[in-house]
Design a protein around this ligand. Sequence first.
Ligand SMILES: [Zn+2]
Length: 281
Amino acid sequence: MEMDEFLRCLNCGKTLGPKSKHVQTQCTECLLNLNFKTEDLDNREIDRNLQKILDFFISDVNAAFNKDPAANTLIEVLAGYPGVKAVLLYRIAHFFWILRMPFIPRYISDIARDLTAIEIHPGADIGAEFFIDHGSGVVIGETTEIGNNVTLYSGVVLGGTSLEKVKRHPTIGNNVVIGAGAKILGPIKIGDNVRIGANSVVVEDVPPHCVVVGVPGKIISKKGEKIEKIDLRHGDLPDPIAIAVSSLDKRIKELETRVLNNTKKRHEDIEIYYGKHGGGI
Ligand SMILES: [Zn+2]
């Protein structure tokens, strides 16, 4: 048989077999990028990261139990909470991600997405006491960083705004609550003790101890008022538009009074009566 009747892997050149029987252009190893050797791994790093999965997971389950008034027993939390399942599978996928194992971390996160409708990229870096309540539609991108004691509700997206392979997802501080449907986009920083209202769209940095509402997100500084460690008041949100309108209204009234006081009636002024509804004399 002539050599040109054989197909070769376009990537590594390995012979794939007769052209009549093979249609793919790369060998299985190249297609899956499975060039991974366990002997290259540092065993101490494996030990440390395995221990971390367990430690983090205990803190996650405790967080779910403490933050959800509907949780009566721990077994209920372990067996019936999609957020808890998604976070455990993320912790395992992240372990393989840290070891730079190809394919498997993404496959685990895809199974988690099928099971729970929560999509957490295995590359995301998430701290302790992480809780996703309900969780359908949550998406957490690859370069997201999340501190300790953070709570997300369903529909929250921590998304990227760049096609480049750079840091393109948000960094979230400690003790942050993000309400249902909120979108936080780009490599922005959300400070510690921040509450983000439902359906807000946040595209700029948020300093610590603030509340954010609206589209685009309006930042309301709450300096001095430290948000407590477990804070689920995500429904207790100020209305910045109403605050702005009422302060404008107050200012107009002040100016009206000042103008009226400064205007002295001259003798020749004719006073016109516009009627009760402004209809004329
Ligand atoms: Zn190949």
